[in-house]
Design a protein around this ligand. Structure first.
Ligand code: TYD
Length: 209
């Protein structure tokens, strides 16, 4: 059986990923796609526990490298338990954040650089997304959008950190043009979802063609 397609969504906090992920999921299901929707950090029982530790504002003492390794551990479990089995059985997998998040947040935001890529290459066993939607809103706007609710440990970081994350994403987009599609998150919700559905349909046509 042909391996399923692996789609990821990326972007700084407040870019509007969740709404768009749900719209793409609903669209693909309406077309009869056998689909798994999952998220990082988390996606498994073990991953959800790790997520609680990482995001808890209580743990101010967490070392940057610990944070990067925890994300990678959660990802290793997620790939082994959920993503690989689903892809192997021919399902389409949509994942809310994946390895690019670690490169942007820990590699650029925390300035851990190349180490993050190396740790993650080990964690994902060579799995690379087929298609990645990168929703970008400038860091100031992103913060305004999330500042109404409860902020987790990462969201509480200084503006400069969020600017570095944004820069990381821009560089990732420049380095991965074959799979990453950059979308202006300040466009209207409907405009964005039309674009995402169009790009996905075109990809599926090429891939299955
Ligand atoms: P969460 O509230 O689960 O996600 P989202 O912002 O996508 O709704 O929080 C995830 C936070 O973790 C978010 O601030 C991004 C960050 N993150 C990393 O720093 N590195 C990673 O590898 C991943 C997957 C997420």
């Amino acid at each position: 059986m042909r391996r399923g397609i692996f789609i990821t969504f990326e972007g700084p906090d407040g870019a509007g990923k969740t709404t768009q992920i749900h719209r793409l999921r609903d669209y693909l299901i309406s077309k009869g796609t056998d689909l798994v929707l999952t998220r990082e950090p988390g996606g498994t029982r073990i991953g959800e526990k790790i997520r609680e530790i990482i995001l808890d504002p209580e743990y101010q003492e967490m070392a940057d490298l610990t944070e990067a390794l925890l994300y990678a551990s959660s990802r290793a479990q997620h790939v082994a338990e959920v993503i690989f089995p689903a892809l192997k059985s021919g399902k389409t997998v949509i994942c809310d954040r994946f390895m690019d998040s670690s490169i942007a947040y820990q590699g650029y935001g925390r300035k851990l650089g190349e180490k993050v890529r190396i740790i993650n290459e080990i964690a994902v066993l060579g799995l690379i997304p087929d298609l990645t939607f990168l929703l970008l809103v400038d860091p100031g706007e992103g913060r305004r959008r999330i500042s109404d609710g409860f902020l987790d440990r990462l969201e509480l970081e200084e503006m400069q950190y969020h600017e570095e994350v944004y820069r990381g994403y821009m560089e990732l987009a420049a380095q991965n043009t074959e799979r990453m599609i950059v979308i202006d998150g300040s466009l209207k919700i409907d405009e964005i979802s039309v674009k995402i559905i169009k790009e996905t349909t075109a990809f599926l046509r090429r891939h299955q063609g």
